[in-house]
Design a protein around this ligand. Structure first.
Ligand code: ADP
Length: 260
């Protein structure tokens, strides 16, 4: 539990710092981008070399700007707006989007056991977390494989709940893939903000730390079970709610994710 607290504080401190830096950094990028555009207008159009250099500046500005907006949305820590939702309805509503993100070589299965309790979470954030987990699974299965999302009600005993959760009813979401899996040293650091094993430009290292933050703020727990060559299982426990499902009028999936 000590470690948990330490992690939460670290996450918050990094969030604050990141938000400030990302904002200023973006302003700098805007200046660079604006000047590159002026430059482009003033050099001769048939000067291929110069045009190419300018285009390369603009492409980098674009990449930097994308990264800083991801950082901002990570740091913003939008207040959660928890409502009672059926998690299976959320997942089903994202099926097309997720299948598209996975591509054709990955089999995608969704299964739920009924009756399934509602959970009280911010639906938009749950969607973002699922998208991030699905993208991770896809990246771990370059040769194809199977991604499965399974949902069921569970009752956690005192022993199972451990120090940080209350015993009682939870909904368990299991996101499993048949991909590369993680060696011990990666698994140990996977929730750290900015920890990534992906090449520059591909991974931000924020997906799992965002998932961690969301689950903790929702009163739940997230676990990683993974071994090299054995695929990965992400278990998310969210407290069951007996409130009736709210039917908020909302968009199905945010664009503010890495799926773009
Ligand atoms: P990112 O995906 O941007 O690297 P994450 O925080 O989502 O950031 O993940 C951190 C690291 O954890 C990844 O770089 C990868 O090494 C590892 N990882 C996450 N999910 C999986 C998975 N499903 N299979 C294998 N490795 C994974």
């Amino acid at each position: 539990a000590r470690n948990e607290l330490h992690h939460a504080q670290k996450l918050e401190a990094i969030g604050k710092l990141t938000g400030g830096v990302a904002h200023d950094f973006n302003n700098v990028l805007q200046v660079i981008g604006g000047n590159a555009q002026l430059l482009q207008l003033s050099v001769r159009r048939d000067d291929a070399k110069l045009q190419q250099w300018i285009a390369s500046i603009q492409a980098s500005v674009e990449r930097g700007s994308k990264l800083s907006s991801q950082l901002l949305s990570f740091a913003r820590r939008q207040p959660l707006q928890p409502v009672a939702v059926d998690p299976a309805r959320i997942v089903r509503g994202m099926e097309d989007l997720l299948q598209r993100a996975l591509g054709e070589s990955i089999r995608f299965e969704v299964v739920e056991e009924r009756p399934l309790s509602r959970v009280k979470v911010d639906p938009g954030q749950l969607e973002n977390v699922l998208i991030n987990l699905v993208i991770n699974a896809r990246d771990a299965m370059p040769q194809g494989g199977t991604l499965r999302i399974a949902m069921r009600d569970v009752a956690l005993s005192e022993a199972e709940a451990g120090a940080e959760l209350a015993p009682g009813p939870y909904v368990l979401l299991e996101i499993s893939d048949t991909g590369a899996g993680m060696p011990e040293d990666v698994r140990a650091r996977a929730f750290e903000p900015f920890f990534t094993t992906k090449e520059v430009g591909k991974g931000t290292g924020l997906g799992l730390s965002m998932a961690y933050g969301f689950v903790r703020q929702s009163g739940g727990r997230i676990e990683l079970h993974s071994e090299p060559g054995q695929g990965t299982l992400v278990k998310i426990y969210l407290p069951a709610s007996d409130e009736a499902e709210a039917m908020p009028d909302r968009r199905v999936a945010r664009t503010e994710s890495r799926a773009a």
